[in-house]
Design a protein. Structure first.
Length: 173
């Protein structure tokens, strides 16, 4: 759900020693992956995102780049297969702070349900690489954190209102 400028800004922070060409390539892959959400066939994946309020308020790049990025989130939130929710600062301390950023990948059955789905995987990026966690206890720990985040996050409508409010703040400060 990232714009090119926002993704490049993050790449400059995350990959300070990489060449601009390498950053551009990694951003291009990220942007191409977004097409999965709008494809017609096969059915696009479901994306449920819970974003920390800090992500909305911490400027990456220019103010105009942030406005564009937040507008992209609003646009994505309108898609039938995407849910964008915000975890507000008011939620206080939570287990997601310890877990950091992660994705739980659940896979559908194939061949019209005749082939069992691939097992779920928790994916987590770190400074030196990525982890794919598929052991039952590892996955259960991440699912528990996810459930906690879902309980604490604003609903979709409240989240949209907060994103719009942050956009207004950025435009008028």
């Amino acid at each position: 759900m990232q714009t090119r400028e926002y993704a490049l800004g993050l790449a400059r922070l995350d990959q300070p020693s990489a060449s601009e060409e390498d950053r551009e390539r990694s951003v291009e892959v990220r942007l191409q992956r977004q097409a999965l959400l709008t494809r017609r066939l096969p059915q696009p994946p479901r994306l449920d995102a819970v974003l920390s309020e800090a992500v909305l308020r911490r400027t990456v790049g220019s103010r105009s780049a942030m406005v564009e990025q937040l507008a992209r989130l609003l646009s994505a939130a309108e898609m039938p297969n995407v849910s964008v929710r915000v975890l507000p600062f008011a939620a206080g301390p939570h287990s997601g702070a310890v877990a950091g950023s992660f994705v739980i990948l659940d896979f559908p059955a194939t061949n019209g349900g005749r082939t069992a789905p691939e097992p779920s995987v928790a994916y987590s990026e770190s400074l030196t690489g990525a982890l794919y966690l598929d052991k039952p206890d590892e996955l259960a720990a991440y699912r528990s954190v996810w459930q906690s985040l879902e309980r604490l996050a604003l609903d979709e409508s409240q989240s949209t209102d907060m994103i719009k409010s942050v956009i207004a703040e950025l435009r008028h400060d």
